[in-house]
Design a protein around this ligand. Structure first.
Ligand code: ADP
Ligand code: ZN
Ligand code: MG
Length: 595
């Protein structure tokens, strides 16, 4: 099911009501559990199955167990990779884990009989704007994104002391566009500006307009600006502005009248007041490149502020903010947590400390210790812990799969070291191998990529070598997805193949976003087939390497599997200790995948 399948939004509260009423039949989680596409029976439409999009309040384990208790079909989808280098290499967290999701069966992918016809749901979910007289958020509550904060400091002064600027003839900007991935603190920043300036905060989300009948969005925008003018000085916050502000006339299926009318109304309103009215519009998006250029013209959103995911120092500062109201044990090192969480956004870190606090309470401890934090990291990345299988053929198969990842990760040159291997299931994975990234590393070399591909193939290689061709399982599905994506990007984006240093594709943009789509195939059929050939060569060579490692280390692998089945978790040091008993000192004599 595509994430775009349901355009109609349902509030979280209503979703809970539907859940109570037993109407929900399926839930698909996206964005690390922040968004869900749900299927539910709609009594007002002859009990037909309809789909809605629901924004969830972050990772909610209780919800998941509730869904499971009610036997509601539940599935979860990997996050999208958007833009930037971070996204380019798959998820930065990739080196941390390779999921051996054995027996993760494809639950359901059929489209409900409801089909499209979502406009019918209109009237139940009208986009309304919200007003907060006092947000109570201050700049002190926002951490780790100092540059963005500095740029926005001035906006507070515009609101508090406009005379200072108007007196000398300066035009106060009307609009500021915050650009950054979800969870980096854009909404928080906007609220902090309102809080610091002591002005009301009006907010609305662009995605809510897309579902409505023509004309409704435009009138909503009119209402919003009218209310805002009555309450000036104030902040108007438009979240997900790309939903309304996309390039007009682009996108599959042509334009969307409702969206265009809403956008036009927004432009008209922005032009219709003077900069010194005391209204500043802040909009947020995770991609500025798809926005209609009319929005970015002077006098509209003429300021752009980038909000990046925090680096290690930023993560530490964010952890400090969220640790303020928590009881921490002496042994807690926020620095160690910051080091363990590359790729985490502010929202992820807030969620992490909260999970740790919940675990602490559940364990009836006085204060959060490192143990709870570590467990919470595991849970935030990989999902809830389940009960391990009893010793059986499938348990051994999973053990071989995971040991396969871990052994390749240990013996291949330039791979991140194993942190632990476990057969305790988490989320959809029946077993997991965790790797520790060596350092905060922004650039990744060709040899590291080859090592990662080889490591990710280790699970399947083990299944094949140990159990034979006929016994390989669906458990490697996720691994293979990662493998293919990494190999393809090596060829098409990073110039790391025989095709030479060419950039043949931009990031894996989503097709439906319009502009990307138009410039989709920049190369000929011939190049396309050469790309496929190169991808295949890379993957084949890495797979050969992985298989060779299995064949040459059979005794070692059998011993590790026995130990893993017995203990369920082996940590990195013990793992390396055993490996070194069988092979020449592992980190000196490492295996290099030959290409
Ligand atoms: P965005 O709007 O960029 O998706 P939010 O502002 O909604 O992200 O962030 C969600 C929550 O995550 C915030 O309410 C806050 O608790 C936490 N958070 C995110 N970024 C930061 C940050 N830079 N500093 C402190 N907390 C943050
Ligand atoms: Zn695997
Ligand atoms: Mg937000």
């Amino acid at each position: 099911m595509g994430r775009n399948a349901a355009n109609t939004r349902m509030t979280y509260g209503r979703f809970l009501d539907y859940l109570d009423a037993g109407r929900v039949t399926a839930v698909d989680l996206y964005d690390g559990g922040r968004t869900a596409i749900i299927e539910a029976v709609d009594p007002e439409l002859d009990n037909r199955v309809q789909r809605w999009r629901v924004d969830l309040p972050g990772n909610s384990p209780d919800l998941v167990s509730r869904l499971r208790d009610a036997s509601i079909s539940l599935d979860s989808h990997p996050p999208r990779n958007d833009g930037a280098l971070v996204g380019a290499l798959g998820n930065l967290l990739f080196p941390l884990l390779l999921i051996g999701g054995l027996f993760f069966l494809f639950r359901r992918s059929s489209v409900g009989p409801g089909g499209p016809g979502q406009a019918m749901n209109f009237g139940k979910s009208k986009a309304r704007f919200m007003m907060e007289a006092k947000t109570g958020v201050m700049f002190d509550d926002v951490a780790g994104i100092d540059e963005a904060k500095e740029e926005l400091q001035e906006v507070v002064t515009f609101l508090k002391k406009p005379e200072r600027f108007t007196a000398i003839g300066a035009r106060i900007p009307k609009g500021v566009l915050l650009v950054g991935p979800p969870g980096t603190g854009k909404t928080l920043l906007a609220k902090a500006i309102a809080g610091e300036a002591g002005v009301p905060f009006f907010s609305i989300s662009g995605s809510e307009f897309v579902e409505m009948f023509v004309g409704v969005g435009a009138s909503r925008v009119r209402d919003l600006f009218k209310k805002a003018k009555e309450n000036a000085p104030c902040i108007i916050f438009i979240d997900e502005i790309d939903a309304v502000g996309r390039q007009r006339g682009a996108g599959i299926g042509g334009g969307n009248d409702e969206r265009e009318q809403t956008l036009n109304q927004l432009l008209t309103e922005m032009d219709g007041f003077e900069g010194n009215t005391g209204i500043i519009i802040i909009a947020a998006t995770n991609r500025a490149d798809v926005l209609d250029s009319a929005l970015l013209r002077p006098g509209r959103f003429d300021r752009q502020v980038t909000v990046d995911p925090p680096d290690i120092k930023g993560r530490l500062e964010i952890l400090e903010v969220h640790a303020r109201n928590k009881k921490l044990a002496e042994d807690i090192s926020l620095e160690a947590i910051a080091r363990r969480t590359p790729g985490f956004t502010g929202a992820d870190l807030a969620n992490l400390l909260n999970e740790a606090a919940i675990l602490t309470a559940r364990r009836r401890k006085e204060a959060i210790t490192m143990l709870e934090v570590d467990d919470a990291v595991d849970r935030v990345i990989a999902g809830m812990e389940g009960t391990p299988l009893v010793d059986s053929k499938s348990k051994r198969l999973i053990a071989y799969h995971e040991i396969g990842h871990a052994i390749v990760g240990t013996l291949v040159k330039d791979h991140d070291p194993v942190q632990k291997v476990t057969l305790v299931p988490r989320g959809q994975a029946q077993g997991l191998t965790w790797f520790t990234p060596n350092e905060e590393q922004m650039l990744i070399s060709r040899s590291q990529l080859l090592a990662r591909i080889t490591g990710a193939l280790g699970g399947r290689a083990a299944e094949e070598v140990i159990f034979g061709d006929a016994e390989v399982t669906t458990g490697a599905g996720n691994d293979l997805q990662q493998v293919t994506s990494m190999a393809r990007q090596m060829v098409t984006r990073f110039g790391m193949s025989d095709l030479g240093p060419l950039s043949l594709e931009s990031s894996q943009g989503e097709v439906f976003l319009g502009r990307d789509w138009l410039s989709r195939s920049e190369y000929s059929e011939e190049i396309a087939s050469r790309i496929d050939g190169q991808v295949r060569t890379i993957v084949d060579h890495c797979y050969d390497s992985a298989r060779r490692i299995m064949q040459e280390n059979r005794a070692l692998i059998d011993r590790l599997v026995d130990l893993l089945v017995e203990k369920e978790t082996i940590d990195g040091d013990e793992f390396r200790q055993i490996v070194s008993e069988y092979t020449v000192v592992p980190d000196k004599q490492q295996f290099v995948p030959q290409l």
